[in-house]
Design a protein around this ligand. Sequence first.
Ligand code: PLP
Length: 396
Amino acid sequence: MELLKRLNQQLQALDDQQLIRKRRTVDSPCGPRVSVDGRELLAFCSNDYLGLANHRKIKLALQEGAAIYGVGSGASHLISGHARAHAMLEERLAQFVGAHLEAPRAISFCTGYMANLAVVTGLTAGDKEAEIFSEELNHASLIDGVRLSRVKAHVYPHADLQALEALLKASKAATKVVVTDSVFSMDGHLAPLPRLLALCEQHHAWLVVDDAHGFGTLGANGHGALEHFNLRSPYLVYMGTLGKAAGVGGAFVAAHETVIETLIQKARPYIFTTAAPPALAHALLTSLDLLEGEEGLTRRAHLQALVAQLDDGLRLQRWQRLPSKTAIQPVLIGDNAETMRAGAALYEQGLWVGAIRPPTVAPGTARLRVTLSAAHNSMEVAKLIGALNALEKELK
Ligand SMILES: *Cc1c(COP(=O)(O)O)cnc(C)c1O
């Protein structure tokens, strides 16, 4: 078949550039130690930052949720799929981050990818006077949201507020939307949110913050990047994901109630999809209790101690650390082939670390993306430190 031949040629071209990706099938729950192909591996690559993905209380809550609500939601939110559990979750999420917003309300989504498509298109689609200002290192889902919105978009260079200010000044758009990740997912450092927000307020622009990696981990109470920076503004539109630190799955947007009502009425990635199983929303209520409670505090403190341990212990010369205080701790190698060899060598030793190449990161900046979790212990982190220090010398 000619069509298959074309696909195979395209796959071969990826293979020739060493860009074919392979999935590994995991036979155990998400955690520091996972079973893959009959081997036990120590994993430093999940985004389960607080180790809640296999938490006993959340698993029980999920079972309870299934007992109360059944399995499927049966329809989209606007038809008959909006269960009491979704409504309770949205109320709870609005409280969770509400101190940083005005007239806060929240809306839940099946995934963060969909939440980002919804928020970017919902705020702008069909608005002929809208323009979007998008940070260069934004997550793919925000980039796709911008594309789907089909409004004029400007990409500003990473963390370059002068460039952004010039763009905002020059813009005549009645609706301006600035879109940024809070924690950059391949680097681990934070966007300059206080200055970004000041700029947005000055130019009457929405500031959409994707806090996928900050929700649950940043701030004294785990409320995320807005708590970390102590921000509050009616211009803020906050997106948090629930499959990373929260350990379950899904996402939400919290903002002024008028923004949320707009998304309910207009955001196609919200309207034209079946609502998530209500049992997940039920389980998430327990997850939020844990994040806000004593256990969240303890887990965030332990995670910070592990980050400091890694920082102290790594003695790298050729490879570079990136300045990150979050659970995302990349080791920049640069060369694609060396990065892949480093990843493979660690894997041989039973250490599973993500090896990230272009186009996920810029050419020449291939890296190991180490992620730490509160579920790791210090012996495990010491093992990773020893392996990385030795490997840098061996691969020379
Ligand atoms: C993971 C992630 C998303 C997507 O969230 P999902 O719930 O996995 O779909 C969006 N933005 C950022 C920055 C992410 O890291």
